[in-house]
Design a protein around this ligand. Sequence first.
Ligand code: SIN
Ligand code: FE2
Length: 216
Amino acid sequence: MTSRDLFDTTGEARREDIAPGAVLLRSFCRERIDALLAAIDGVTAMAPFRHMTTPGGYRMSAAMTNCGNTGWVTDRKGYRYSAADPESGRPWPAMPPVFLTLATEAAMAGGHPGFLPDAALINRYEPGARLSLHQDRNERDFAAPIVSVSLGLPATFLFGGETRTDKQQRIRLQHGDVVVWGGPARLAFHGVAPLKEGEHPLLGRSRINLTLRKAL
Ligand code: SIN
Ligand code: FE2
């Protein structure tokens, strides 16, 4: 089976509005799955997935790594961006070109032209792993949008408003889907519900999410 067989190839990527400034681009990366997975393998060969610790001392259930000029990290000292991988002391692997073009094109399709990310956080979820409700706010400037790419097992993405208590939409994210949020939605609270058990033809018992950001 080629990875294209996992999509219905009848049409365009479908665009679904989530909130002002936020859109879901269904199957947006279906043409470049193989390139994305090869690029992720290249990054994780140099900067392996690891479970980071929150400032409160909890081990995150999603495993993470980064590429680009800087990478998002957390430990007992807090959340921040770091130019070096704390595990190796070396710079993070370079951002693969396929990440850059996908990010720019998805942001444009989502109504945010001119986006060029300098950081990509790569999250790997296995069944049971989750990401609690948070805002992406360690970036220097909130003018740039967030581009979030889903691969592998489906997940329930929670997307709320600017306050933690705003009601959240529950959005089913499938292999190849991209969510873009910026402008009035840039500081929306979001998270991922515990991943359900499953077996994906390309990624097995896992979901990988790429979060492309302009952090610096
Ligand atoms: C994140 O907010 O960092 C990741 C979201 C996701 O995995 O879909
Ligand atoms: Fe996030």
